[in-house]
Design a protein around this ligand. Sequence first.
Ligand SMILES: Nc1nc2c(c(=O)[nH]1)N[C@H]1C(S)=C(S)[C@@H](COP(=O)(O)O)O[C@H]1N2
Ligand SMILES: [Mo]
Length: 404
Amino acid sequence: MTSRPTRLRRLAGWWQAPLPAPPQVLRRGPLRPDRFPSRLRSTRLTSQLGVALGVAFAVCFLTGLLSHLVLNPPGWFGWPARPVGLYRFAQGLHVATGLATVPLLGAKLWSVYHHLFRWPPVRSIAHAVERASVAVLVAAALFQVVGGVLNVSRWYAPMPYFFTAGHYRVAWLAIGALLVHVGVQLPAVRAALARPTDESPSDRLSRRGLLGGVAAAAGLVTLTTVGQTVRPLSGLAVLAPRRPDVGPQGLPVNKTAQRAGVAVRALDPAYRLVVTGPAGRTELDLADLHALEQHTAQLPIACVEGWSATGRWSGVRLRDLVALVGVDLDRATVVVESLEEVGRYRTSTVGPAHVRDPLTLVALRLGGAPLHLDHGFPARLIAPNRPGVLQTKWLGRIIVRQSR
Ligand SMILES: Nc1nc2c(c(=O)[nH]1)N[C@H]1C(S)=C(S)[C@@H](COP(=O)(O)O)O[C@H]1N2
Ligand SMILES: [Mo]
């Protein structure tokens, strides 16, 4: 009988046993020995880019995960109504770090792509597995960054999947492959960053120049896009597909009433907002809604596409409508339903924290004027610290439930 250590050693031997190299005649084109003469590529450069990219990916992953939880809350997850702009901040950071990743990832891939043509292509089973995991990482990272840029540009045609669902699943793949990669490369990165470099002064200057160029490119991308969510910089947002101040009533619109097919129903003089509860039901026309106590709140629309903009909304508190059907405020959950008949964003759920919050409104006005049809006339939901996709427009029905 073989002992365990012996078996383990045998396994390790098989795992790392050198494989025969392919015939030398295949060593042509990019596989040629001195095909990549650039002295700029070095482990130190790759490590420095890798650390920056690792930080950007981590921020992106965590803010993305948070957004996913807010949009698809599991039972254990509660999202507060305050601070008012927390979701906006997290989403803005997600998109900004994602966009800054574009030049970083480009430079990182440039600094290592000659490894693709390493000779021999695989040295051992272990080496083959490691190369495969890097392939998964590169594919997943490119998928995330390209998909994110397409989403921010609102160009969905090249993505035959529901963007947020695909983006979320591949994020786990990317972060898993990244952790494996960091585990494998950490010793090399530490050595490369610790060692006083043996590079010549001119090589050091070129490396620093390249790093400076990448940092400047990342800064420029940020400066020319972050204005889509940071209002004082909106004038610089030349690369952002959306300007937070361009649209009816000074606010962007994602889906117009025309496209949602709600114009006729929204403008119908017979419009009624229906409020139903476990024990009652009431219908309010526009005059009834305006006769209720009116409140004003300064709140942002924070779209997952990376733009956000603040408006001054006025209307009826959601909790006052809940009170009309006699449900205990502390345990009320509300489902709001749009006049829109189909579409992913026609309903949303408002949990107890948001139902209770005095800033959660069924808005009838924006910036002092009646809501523009494209902003959800006759009535829309607007609540603090909530993603834009959940700020349902063209409300037709409010369903109040008693939770627990
Ligand atoms: N009924 C309905 N409400 C909706 C949407 C929609 O498609 N249908 N889009 C949502 C999205 S994605 C955003 S970002 C906000 C945009 O609001 P705005 O057009 O007033 O800026 O509305 C949300 N409410
Ligand atoms: Mo959105």
